[in-house]
Design a binder for this molecule. Structure first.
Ligand code: OAD
Length: 430
């Protein structure tokens, strides 16, 4: 499947006014889409979504001026905002992506009211498939059957080495991301990346394989929270049958500037009129659609039950993490204790050895008054006390050693001088 790419607006061919027109929807409102559902005409609904469905969960979208992620990446010093998700850039400089990944990492966010439309449609056997560009995995958290989901731009669910393609343990990658470190492959030391589709990479095979079949069968397309600026995902809206109604729920109009794109206002005078738009927040639009279809109570109940489940899961995760970090801490403490014990054993051995050396030296000094021996001892004492340019030990043990050596040194000097003077006397008398 082709790699994702941002598109520029393309001119669309306008049809003449004279062409006969078929109206699939009464008008371009959400009410007429609800009517289409209520009269049983929609049995294979495809939902396409983008970052706008997750903003209510606290996740930034990409392109909203001022609040979008791409307006907030100055801190990463990127040549252009999309570089953070560009595979060539990542190979040279993975740091910005990993710093951002720490903020985007799933686990801190809950599905929104809009996300629960998916399991609701599935429960009613109306959902053919949900195609999302989002990598936040919130669709999965609604309990939606994974068979019904296509994550077109991949997700954080798995990670692999970009060099040898070895799959990596996700908890290993997660731990690195949380610590602000870059994970490397245990096999070949290559860079490891979550299986998110970057610009310059192929979309997952599942996307191409299923889209080819699904979109021909689609009888109602609902597009939620996307600017429809990234190919090939955006072109999916053109792949439903010409008679398939399409509803966009978004804060702004989108997808109008492509061949066979949306035509909400009869601007292009297509032979078939079938597009509707709700301008506003996804949660509001979805609530209104659900209300018009008589599903609002059911959807609200699913959302609330989901929230309770999420709260429990978060609590469990927090407990697991706390337990893990307690165990980690215990392990660190035990390791430190063992190291300390080993060190003090070594030091004990060292001191005994040192003591033996000194005793031997003292013994030699008693037996032989050779001055350099005392000098050696003097140097040793000086080096331990920090004079003679040798770094001084700061602990009490070192000070005791120095004092003991100095005492013994003085004693040696006294006894040597006594011996020397006795010897001198002896020499003089002889
Ligand atoms: P965009 O940021 O391009 O578009 C989000 C759209 O959602 C905008 O039109 C917003 O006005 C709208 N929006 C935001 N919050 C909303 C809300 N609560 N209710 C309704 N509308 C809302 O995000 P996407 O279209 O998802 O790709 O971006 C597509 C791709 O571009 C992403 O998957 C990502 C990015 O580069 C890759 O990284 C490959």
């Amino acid at each position: 499947m082709a790699a994702p790419r941002v598109v520029n607006a393309r001119p669309t061919r306008s049809k003449g006014d004279s062409a006969p027109r078929t109206r699939i929807l009464k008008d371009n409102t959400i009410e007429s889409v609800a009517e289409f559902i209520n009269n049983g005409s929609a049995k294979n609904i495809i939902v396409m979504s983008g970052a706008g469905i997750s903003t209510a969960a606290g996740i930034k979208d990409f392109r909203s001026p001022g609040t979008g992620l791409y307006d907030d990446l100055e801190r990463f010093n990127l040549p252009y905002p999309e570089a953070v998700f560009d595979i060539s850039f990542f190979k040279d400089n993975p740091d910005p992506f990993y710093r951002l990944a720490k903020e985007l990492l799933p686990g801190r966010y809950r599905p929104t009211f809009t996300h629960y439309l998916l399991p609701l449609l599935a429960k009613k056997d109306l959902l053919l498939r949900s195609y999302t560009q989002n990598i936040d995995m919130l669709e999965r958290l609604t309990g939606l059957d994974e068979d019904l989901l296509v994550e077109a731009h991949g997700s954080f669910a798995t990670s692999e080495c970009i060099k040898c393609s070895e799959l990596c343990d996700n908890s290993y990658v997660r731990k690195h991301i949380l610590k602000g470190e870059i994970p490397h492959c245990k096999e070949c030391k290559g860079l490891v990346k979550p299986t998110i589709t970057f610009f310059g990479e192929q979309l997952p095979d599942r996307f191409g394989d299923l889209a080819q079949v699904d979109f021909k069968k689609c009888d109602l397309l609902i597009v939620l929270g996307t600017s429809l600026q990234v190919e090939p995902f955006n072109s999916l809206i053109t792949r439903v049958p010409a008679s398939c109604p399409r509803l966009l729920i978004n804060r702004e109009k989108a997808g109008e500037d492509m061949h066979l794109g949306f035509d909400f206002d009869d601007k292009w005078k297509y032979p078939i009129q079938r597009d509707a738009v709700f301008l506003g927040n996804c949660d509001e639009g979805v609530r209104q659609l659900a209300k018009l279809c008589g599903w609002e109570g059911e959807l609200q109940a699913m959302f609330e039950a989901g929230n309770i489940e999420m709260a429990l899961a978060e609590e469990l995760e927090a407990l697991t993490l706390a337990k893990e970090s307690e165990e980690e801490q215990k392990e660190i403490e035990e390791r430190a204790k063992a190291e300390k014990e080993n060190k003090s054993k070594d030091e004990g051995k060292g001191k005994a050895h040192e003591k033996e050396n000194i005793e031997n030296m003292l013994k030699d000094t008693h037996e032989d008054h050779h001055v350099p021996k005392n000098l050696d001892l003097q140097q040793e004492a000086e080096s331990k006390s920090g004079t003679n340019n040798v770094p001084a030990g700061t602990d009490a043990d070192a000070k005791d050693d120095v004092d003991a050596i100095t005492d013994r040194l003085q004693a040696t000097e006294i006894s040597s001088s006594k011996k020397d003077s006795a010897a001198t006397k002896g020499n003089k008398s002889s």
